[in-house]
Every structure is written in C-alpha cells, then in structure tokens.
Design a protein. Structure first.
Length: 551
C-alpha cells in the first residue's frame, strides 16, 4: 500500500470531513507524507516562514469563523515554535487544532535525536493534548480534537503524529467519523426568574459584554435587550463591536490601565449583567473593587471563581435565547442615565481632538481617527499588543463583532501581521489592516513574504517610535524613568519592497489618510510606516488621573 493510501491520506480525509479549508504550516522531514497528501486535497496548505505565524493564523481564522483553525509543524523545534500562538488561542477562547510530527514509536521511549515530550509541553496550554499511538486511532482522535476545540469554552488542542504512524498502512474502509453538531442549550427558566427578580430591584444595572457574546452571535439579541430594558452597555477589549459604539446605550470599552471614562458607569452601578464575559479578558476588580455589586452571569459556560466576581445568578445556555427570555421576564424599564451620555461625549471629543491634530510625528489619536475614516464598518483591524492596542481599544469606534481584533487573554506581541493573512482568507470580502508597533512588527515581519507569495492583499500600518512604547509608558508612570526599551529600525519601505510588497513612509499628518485609502483599495500587500509621538501617553494617563466622578 502506498503512503498516499495510508495514514497520511487518512489524516487529510479526516480534516476534509471537518470542513477544514486551510492548513497553516511549515513542513519537516517527519511529516512530508502528510504535506504531500494535501496536494490532492481541496484543503489549501499555506506555507509560512515561522511556525509561530502558522499558529497565529490558525487562531485568527478560528476566531472569525468559529471553526477550528489548523496549524501544522514538524517535531521538536517546529512544534515548540507553535506554542505561543497555541497558548494565545486557549487564553483568548479560540478554537485551534495544532498538529505536529513526532519521532517514531520505535525510539520515543529513549534518549534520541530531537526527542522532546511534546504532549507534556502542550498540556498546560491546551484543552487536550495527546499522541496518536496507531494509524487506526486517527479518525477518533481528530474528531475528538475538533469537538473539544470548538465546544464552549473553545480553545486549542494538540495532536502529535509519530513518523512511523504517519507512514503506516491503514485497513480498507477506515475513514472519518460523522461530525456531530452541538445543539444550542436552552436557559433554565428558574435561573431566568431569579435573574429577573434581581434586575427588578436594581437601581442602576449595567451590562458588560465580552468576547463570548461575539462567538455566540448574540449581538442582535444584546441590542434588543439593552433597548427593551433601557440599560447601558460596555464591552471588554475583546468584545468590542458586539454592541455598536454609535448606539445611544453604548459606553465604550473597559480594559485600560487607569480609571477611564467608562469606569464611572460601573462606579454608579449596583447590578452587573455580564454577557459572554470571561475573567481573562479583564480583571473584575477594576469594575467591582468593593465586590459589592450583584452579578448576573450569562454565558454558555459557568463563571470562573473570583472574589470580585461573586455571581448572584448564573444563566448557562445559548446567550441570545437567554437574553430574550430575560428581557421578557423583566417588566421594568430603566433610564439610561446622564453619565452614559457624558462618557460617550468625552470619548467622541477626544477622537475629534485627534482628528484636528496636525502635529508630526502624529499623535496616536490622529492615527486612530484616520484608520476609522479609511475603514468601512465591517472591515477588520488587528491591533497588535503594545501602546497601539491601548489607543485603538480605547478610542477606535467599532460597530460589528470581530472588526477590531486584539489579544487580551495572553496579550501576545507579533500576532497582527500573520493574523491579518488569516483574516483576509477567512473574510475575503473585507479589507484587512494590521496596526502594529515597530517592536511587534519585527517579531513576525517575515510573514510579509507569505502574504505576497500567497497573493493575500493586506495592509500593514507600523506605528514607529523606536521603542517598546507600552513598557516605556508603564515605566514612566511607575518609576519616573525608563530603561532598556529603545532600539533601531531598518528602512521599513525598503524592507517591504524587498519582499515584493509596496512600502510607504508618512512625512506629514495629512499624508496618512490618503495613503491608507490607496493601500486598502489595492490588490497587493502594502506596508505603511507612520512616526508616532507617544508623549501623548503620559498626557492621557495624567488627564485620566485628574478626573473625578460622578461626572
């Protein structure tokens, strides 16, 4: 029996049965049969330049589609390079299936070349990790991998395929298992009634919506719930867009390092209705410092335990059905108070000041304003970790779920460029922008070649300051000085052009918006470098520190 008719082909057939469209990976000697078997499959193998990029691509694909993204690597160092993106996916509740080669079973038990206990390395950062002991086990293990990754709360799983298992013959008739789809879970009527009683006695309830609401497609139900009850809605950074920022009940996003405008809405609240919220998105102590608010937890999964997140009522089930049932059970309407209007006005005025700022290097708010002006309501921005994320997540208005993507579980740097490639593949009808600091950009900038070679049109906007800006910001705030954060950069225009991309450098504030529009309208890969004046960082935190509430 040929290798093509053996275990490698069986593995590919199981992936096809799961509806896999892309495998993001970098091959090695030990998984060449798997990569070769993909040649005759409708699955597109996207060759990356670093396995970390493959894992981030799989994560963003999983986040945007709800289907597990697949990352592939060889054994040893290749598999280990997957780990950052795999951990990022798990902490951001995103479905990913990571598959790597492993040495053959004939030598895995002893000291040998490239032998590392990969399953033990991946177990702490995945929902499930295992080694395939036989070719016959592949259909069951792949089905379990996808089911585990995609079931709430979603996360990453890992499969190691020994070299001799990948090349093994398989019995005729062995094939993929049927894919079973989990049905939406109905909320408990008793818990709905209990939650309705809590809301009926509330003075000022507030909603905090997280990424789980976006995963569950609950945006429309959330808007209806807020309008029917007359309650304000804030989101986490990961939840941005699940409630549109131009809605009169929107308060903006919480997650900034200081007591921001939106926090004052929580200061006045006595009941917190958490919708699809997960604690790793944002520490609840920031919105419930005295642990005195009554919390209603609405999610598909049970709440994590935290002394500042004491759940009064937990409603576990389909989020949209839970919100509709609860809205029907609450026979009271609240007034969206004046604090909410003031919060929205202050955020709007801050962005307007940025729009009018012609200083050079550009103020962060000018960059945010121009990005918003260039992007459509449904276009996708990936804001990499660093000062970029803080400015974008605070002030970039979002109107649809998953149109501003950040890493807020692990807060990994370097995900935006590879992630943008996956975002464009998952959503080809949308324009995609990777907004990244110069430090984060160079962590995975090699994937520009992947985007050019694979003909995936993305735009990369580098916020350049020659430093790890967020760390400098924190050092200046807490220590009064900064150390070991400055670095030099290459000529980013020439760097982009060396990969076959277009390069642009902004020389005045008025150049950014037309350059963005031109790049986003193109059908290739563009890199735009914009010098940013981060002296505005301390000005912002100083201004927020002088705020007193209620407004």
């Amino acid at each position: 029996m040929s290798a093509q008719a053996g275990a490698a082909r069986l593995l590919v057939r199981t992936l096809e049965a799961e509806g896999v469209e892309y495998v993001f990976g970098l091959p090695g000697e030990e998984n060449i049969h798997f990569v070769d078997a993909l040649r005759d499959s409708p699955i597109r193998y996207v060759l990356v330049r670093h396995e970390q990029g493959a894992a981030f691509m799989a994560e963003i694909y999983g986040r945007l589609t709800g289907k597990a993204g697949v990352a592939s690597a060889t054994l040893g160092p290749g598999a280990i390079n997957l780990q950052l993106g795999v951990a990022d996916a798990t902490t951001n509740s995103t479905p990913v299936v990571a598959i790597s080669a492993q040495v053959g079973l004939d030598r895995i038990y002893k000291e040998s070349h490239q032998v590392v206990d990969l399953v033990s390395l991946f177990r702490p950062i995945t929902k499930w990790a295992e080694l395939a002991p036989t070719a016959e086990a592949l259909p069951e293990m792949v089905r379990k991998a996808f089911k585990t990754a995609q079931t709430e709360r979603p996360g990453a799983v890992y499969l190691a395929i020994p070299e001799d298992v990948e090349k093994a013959a398989v019995p005729s008739g062995l094939g993929p298992l049927p894919v079973n789809v989990v049905r939406p879970q109905e909320p408990s009527p008793a818990q709905i009634a209990r939650a309705a009683d809590v809301i009926a006695l509330a003075r000022r309830p507030i909603v905090l919506a997280g990424h789980g609401a976006a995963r569950d497609g609950a945006s429309q139900a959330l808007v209806g719930f807020a309008e029917q009850l007359g309650v304000p809605v804030a989101t986490t950074f990961n939840g941005k867009g699940v409630f549109p920022d131009d809605h009169p009940h929107a308060l903006g996003a919480v997650g900034f390092m200081r007591h921001d405008y939106v926090n004052y809405g929580f200061d006045e609240a006595d009941v917190l209705i958490a919708v699809g919220y997960e604690l790793q998105e944002f520490d609840p102590v920031k919105v419930n410092p005295d642990a005195d608010k009554k919390i209603i937890h609405i999610h598909r999964s049970a709440a994590e335990v935290d002394d500042h997140y004491p759940v009064e009522v937990g409603i576990q089930g389909d989020i949209s059905r839970s919100l509709r049932a609860l809205a029907e059970s609450v026979h009271r309407r609240f007034d969206v108070n004046g604090t909410g209007r003031k919060i929205r006005r202050m955020l709007r005025e801050e962005l307007e000041r940025g729009r009018a700022d012609d200083g050079f290097p550009l103020s962060p708010l000018r960059v945010v304003s121009d990005i918003r002006e260039a992007m459509g309501r449904h276009d996708i921005v990936l804001a990499d970790t660093g000062a970029v994320k803080m400015w974008m997540a605070r002030t970039y208005p979002t109107y649809e779920p998953n149109t501003l993507l950040v890493s807020n579980g692990l807060s990994s740097m370097g995900f935006a460029v590879p992630g943008a490639i996956a975002a464009k593949l998952a959503r080809p009808d949308r324009r995609v922008l990777a907004a990244t600091g110069d430090g984060a950009f160079l962590m995975n900038s090699q994937e520009l070649e992947t985007a050019v070679r694979e003909n995936v049109p993305i735009t990369v906007l580098i916020w350049e300051d020659g430093a790890y800006g967020l760390i400098e910001w924190k050092m200046d705030l807490e220590l009064g000085r900064s150390t070991a954060i400055k670095f030099a950069n290459p000529d980013f225009v020439k760097y982009a052009e060396s990969f076959g991309a277009k390069g642009h450098r902004i020389g005045a504030a008025g150049e950014l918006l037309p350059t963005l529009r031109k790049a986003l309208a193109g059908d290739g890969v563009s890199v735009i470098t914009v010098p940013v004046n981060y002296s505005h960082n301390l000005k912002l935190t100083d201004a927020l520190g002088e705020l007193t509430g209620p407004f």
